[in-house]
Design a protein around this ligand. Structure first.
Ligand SMILES: *Cc1c(COP(=O)(O)O)cnc(C)c1O
Length: 222
């Protein structure tokens, strides 16, 4: 087996059952994805629309593409029908745009709401209270062709593991409070947290979907 495949098998052996793996292939070539695919990997994460579309056009059609980057509304149309999950919905405006474009394309788009808890000011996402208000006011009922499947979040970029764990716990709490607020939400079951450096901490705090790039594919060449 190739090295990428071996790293996936090893990582999976460390992951508890019930946790899914998105192999984050951004900035890596299609050949790297093919190696992961040969090892059985089917979920891949990309952060740029053009790159996702190029790869999606040349790689097997049973790959589930996850969009994980900041998404501009003027690019939403291009993604319709191409992605299994948009993990990074960070504003209501973007969500409305995805819904409108999904209706227009005749597809249902699955999304996660990105919640912002980390300290860095540059990170995208809803504040916890904004997200809770969105659900308590049941604004999701206006969506026609978008299925909100859960929450995605990132921890602060720090070596302080207690801080990282606290951030993940906070994201989990937001997810749990949404379910309490709207217990009738259907298929709201995904808590996407954890990357190469912190996925164990994320899983310990309840993550059921991790997004791992570097540990599988090596360092990215930007
Ligand atoms: C790039 C990226 C990852 C993967 O990060 P690694 O540290 O390479 O595992 C995970 N999630 C998001 C949102 C990313 O942008």
């Amino acid at each position: 087996m190739n090295q990428i495949g071996e790293r996936i098998i090893e990582l999976k052996s460390e992951m508890p059952a019930g946790v899914g793996l998105v192999a984050v292939s951004k900035f890596h070539p299609a050949e790297a994805i093919e190696q992961a695919y040969a090892a059985g990997q089917r979920k891949f994460g990309e952060s740029r629309v053009q790159e996702l579309l190029q790869k999606c056009g040349s790689l097997p059609s049973d790959i589930e593409w996850h969009f994980i980057g900041h998404l501009q509304t003027n690019k939403v149309r291009q993604l319709m029908g191409r992605v299994a999950l948009i993990e990074s919905v960070d504003t209501e405006h973007l969500l409305e745009c995805i819904d409108r474009e999904s209706v227009r394309a005749g597809v249902v788009t699955r999304v996660l709401m990105q919640v912002h808890v980390a300290r860095e000011e540059t990170k995208f996402g809803f504040l916890p209270e904004e997200l809770l208000e969105y659900f308590s006011q049941r604004r999701f009922e206006q969506l026609q062709a978008t299925h909100i499947c859960g929450v995605m979040g990132m921890a602060s970029n720090t070596t302080d593991t207690s801080r990282v764990s606290a951030d993940f716990a906070r994201i989990h709490e937001v997810y749990a409070r949404i379910l309490e607020t709207a217990p009738d939400l259907r298929g709201f079951d995904t808590l996407s947290m954890g990357m190469s450096g912190d996925w164990q901490l994320a899983v310990a705090e309840g993550s059921n979907l991790i997004r791992v790039g570097t540990r599988i594919f090596g360092e990215r060449q930007y």
